[in-house]
Design a protein around this ligand. Structure first.
Ligand SMILES: NC(=O)c1ccc[n+]([C@@H]2O[C@H](COP(=O)([O-])OP(=O)(O)OC[C@H]3O[C@@H](n4cnc5c(N)ncnc54)[C@H](O)[C@@H]3O)[C@@H](O)[C@H]2O)c1
Length: 277
């Protein structure tokens, strides 16, 4: 299929639903072969089928991103099937909204393992793979020049506006998303010599299963009606509407495009103006 990502291979985690699914379909519509990974096997099987219907190749692989060996195995399978990875979008994640005083150690460990450790090691493993794919002759040329004159890979992590400031009801989630912003910067610096661009996206509200879960948890912990909790948050967004999966996928497509070759280490607020720093 013709398109700006034609001939490229993308790996999208968390692609079994919500934003990850929308991102995977957008990259496929723009010509990429797309591997989708998620803990939700049924979800990725359906998305992979939809992608194949667009005339590009797809592959569904089950992944628990909190397990580093599983990340390594998924990357190995994608490389075995497609020969390499050019675009990596990491949307896999979970949310927790709960009174700070009620958070347990086990809940902290689980959320940090998925959102923070998962992002760190996925970036590490995919980044190493992207470097390994650069032909030796190009590596020599890059070393001689002192810089890479083109991008050799694109990585996009999903942070959140909750990674911009703390929330009294999101002790673990907010901490994990601050960490995603820092991991994005560290990986961008580490992979900069090869011009592998690493950026992040910080959404405010996107009406996916996660947003519904977030509001249900708020209802349980604070007794605020879930719909009211959602409406009140959205009313604080300057553009007065939730973001859509397409809004997120569009930002990802831009960050993975040639137009964004000179952008790295940035986390873009795609949030209707909710955060401006
Ligand atoms: N929806 C929002 O309002 C919103 C706002 C800010 C940030 N985000 C971030 O965007 C990303 C995508 O969220 P979404 O709204 O699409 O949520 P979602 O719940 O629809 O999708 C998240 C996906 O991650 C998968 N997942 C969960 N645990 C996993 C694990 N251990 N290993 C692999 N996959 C796992 C789920 O199965 C699911 O398919 C998340 O990182 C989230 O924190 C979302």
């Amino acid at each position: 299929m013709a398109g700006q990502f034609s001939g490229k291979t993308a790996l999208v985690t968390g692609a079994g639903s919500g934003i990850g699914k929308g991102v995977a379909l957008r990259l496929a519509r723009e010509g990429a072969n797309v591997a989708v990974a998620d803990i939700n096997q049924e979800g990725i099987d359906a998305v992979a089928k939809e992608i194949a219907g667009l005339g590009v190749k797809s592959l569904a692989i089950k992944l628990d991103i909190s397990k580093v060996e599983e990340i390594r195995s998924v990357v190995g399978k994608v490389v075995g099937e497609f020969g390499g990875i050019n675009i990596f979008v990491n949307t896999a994640g979970i949310v927790q909204s709960k009174k700070l005083v009620d958070v347990t150690e086990a809940e902290w460990d689980r959320l940090i393992d998925i959102n923070q450790k998962g992002t760190a090691f996925a970036d590490q493993i995919v980044g190493a793979q992207m470097i390994a794919q650069i032909p030796e002759s190009e590596k020599e040329r890059i070393k001689a020049a002192g810089y890479a004159d083109k991008s050799w890979g694109k990585i996009v992590n999903f942070a959140s506006v909750s990674g911009r400031r703390g929330r009294e009801y999101q002790l673990c989630y907010s901490a994990s998303k601050f960490a995603v912003i820092s991991i994005t910067q560290s990986a961008a610096l580490a992979f900069a010599p090869w011009n592998i661009n690493v950026n992040g996206i910080a959404p405010s509200v996107v009406e996916t299963p996660m947003w519904a879960e977030n509001n249900k948890e708020k209802e349980k912990a604070f007794g605020i009606d879930a719909k009211k909790a959602s409406d009140e948050f959205i009313a604080r967004i300057p553009l007065k509407r939730p973001g859509t999966v397409e809004d997120m996928a569009g930002a990802v497509a831009f960050l993975c495009s040639k137009d964004a070759d000179y952008i790295t280490g940035q986390t873009l607020n795609v949030c209707g103006g909710f955060e401006m720093d």
